[in-house]
Design a protein. Structure first.
Length: 93
């Protein structure tokens, strides 16, 4: 179960999410799932996503959304944000 605390710019933090009940014994770790490989993946992501994020932020059409927990808790919050954007009632990010 990953515990990501990447102190880059911007920092990326993802606390461990426990697997669903009954899955623990079935989970396997990939051979390339090491800290070094994950850091390299994050650098590639940042290099590729950064310019795209900069463009949409400059166009004022990018919304930041912090994920603080799993899907059941996050999805309702995300849907509210999306609905607010669609309705034109979104608060400034």
């Amino acid at each position: 179960v990953p515990d990501i605390n990447y102190r880059g710019a911007p920092p990326i933090v993802m606390p461990p999410l426990n697997p669903p009940a009954g899955c623990e014994g079935k989970m396997e770790q990939r051979k390339d799932d090491t800290e070094e490989v994950v850091r390299a993946r994050l650098e590639v992501y940042k290099a590729n996503a950064g310019p795209v994020e900069d463009y949409y932020r400059a166009e004022n059409v990018l919304t930041d959304f912090e994920i603080k927990s799993g899907i059941p808790e996050t999805m309702p919050r995300l849907l509210r944000v999306i609905l607010d954007i669609v309705k034109g009632t979104a608060a400034a990010a």
